[in-house]
Design a protein around this ligand. Structure first.
Ligand code: PLP
Length: 388
């Protein structure tokens, strides 16, 4: 069959093979310690589930407005003011089927052939692929441990060309867990305003911060940067709602209208009763978020200490998300080989850095219980001691 050209340009996920293998091993009854998941291991908080159940019982089971339930759009706009000091109204917000869908809608509405999109590496797997699907050109800017895997203002400035349309900022980051400091965000904002480009700020891990780190939303740093900023966020990570498929974009009204138009011809509205769960998530007590954050914080300490005690591995201490991204360069192995062997020989699942544009690293998620962390780290230690 002759498929569309755009399909040829999209790479299959390198992580799929390893995840499928880990699942197959588990299904065979093999005791796999899995650190590959990008999702919290907690159930969705009870009051959020109850709100969705109530909506279901009340018959909120019909089509709704493409851009989202008016009440949820209003609550999101309020949250953006309350948490981040951003001045948005409901009309600046669209509810989407997850953070991934937010970004996809954005690329479809904004990017066309000839446009360049600057993406710092290590990056979340889907950014370059989405740009490619939209017909644009991803411009990958490599960062390393010397800057905490963060792009500097100078690197950004040097990567901008007359074709640059958008810069993708993700803090806290997947896969590195790194958080940009207020000074770093400010310096990036200056470059963006000077060059008059747009920035999408993917803030999906905003609530998962450690050691006193603060999340600063780039758009809050003044009117000039605000008008060039689009916020992408979702409920998956902070509220443990990965399967609910709920996210949102906030930005200039013309852009939000365009994404709503695209959404109206692709997915229509997001599941109506699920949106009532999202309202409860934002309006209800935030204690559940804090409880999960504290659990992640403890696991992070244990995993970070264990990984750094293994000769051959070295890891920066990230301030956010739920990932560690150690360098494996001293082992002499490339990331896919490292992860395949670790899984096949020691039954430990991780994600090769090559999926994120960083072949000298691997990603471990600590969104799993402490017993698995202890057992998995014992196995990792044995593997690296023998491999190096
Ligand atoms: N952005 C980043 C950086 C992510 O890590 C993820 C999920 O892994 C997403 C966006 C998308 O999240 P979701 O579509 O589940 O809301």
């Amino acid at each position: 069959m002759k498929l569309a050209n755009r399909v040829d340009q999209v790479k299959p996920s390198v992580t799929l093979a390893i995840s499928a293998k880990a699942k197959a091993m588990k299904a065979e009854g093999i005791d796999v310690c899995s650190f590959s998941a990008g999702e919290p291991d907690f159930d969705t908080p009870a009051h959020i589930k109850a709100a969705a159940q109530k909506a279901l019982d009340e018959g909120k089971t019909k089509y709704g407005p493409a851009a989202g339930e008016p009440k949820l759009r209003e609550v999101i706009a309020h949250k953006l003011k309350r948490d981040l000091n951003l001045d948005y109204k409901s009309e600046n917000v669209i509810v989407t089927n997850g953070g991934k869908h937010s970004l996809f809608n954005l690329m479809m509405a904004l990017i066309e052939p000839g446009d360049e999109v600057i993406i710092p590496a290590p990056y979340w797997v889907s950014y370059p692929e989405m740009v490619t699907i939209a017909g644009g050109t991803p411009v990958i800017v490599t960062t390393d441990a010397s800057t905490g895997y963060k792009i500097t203002a100078e690197q950004l400035r040097q990567s901008i060309t007359p074709k640059t349309k958008l810069f993708v900022l993700n803090s806290p980051s997947n896969p590195t867990g790194m958080v940009y400091s207020p000074g770093e965000i400010e310096a990036l904002a200056k470059v963006i305003v000077e060059a008059d480009i747009l920035v999408v700020s993917d803030e999906i891990y905003e609530k998962l911060l450690y050691d006193g780190a603060k999340h600063i939303s780039i758009g809050s740093l003044g009117t000039e940067i605000f008008s060039r900023t689009i916020i992408s966020n979702g409920f998956a990570k902070g509220y443990s709602m990965t399967g609910w498929r709920l996210g949102y974009l906030a930005g200039p009204v013309d852009l939000i209208k365009a994404t709503s138009n695209i959404q109206s011809h692709s997915t229509s509205n997001v599941c109506t009763f699920a949106q009532y769960g999202a309202i409860a998530a934002l309006e209800g007590s935030q204690d559940c978020v804090e409880e999960m954050r504290q659990a992640f914080a403890k696991r992070r300490e244990v995993m970070f200490a264990r990984i750094n005690s293994i000769p051959g591995l070295s890891c920066e201490k990230p301030d956010g998300a739920f990932y560690l991204f150690p360098s494996i360069s001293e082992t002499g192995l490339k990331s896919l080989e490292f992860c395949s062997k670790l899984l096949e020989e020691y039954q430990v699942a991780s994600i090769p850095g090559t999926a994120f544009g960083a072949d000298n690293n691997i990603r471990f998620s600590y969104a799993t219980d402490m017993t698995t962390i202890e057992k998995g780290m014992d196995r990792l230690e044995k593997f690296v001691r023998l491999a190096v």
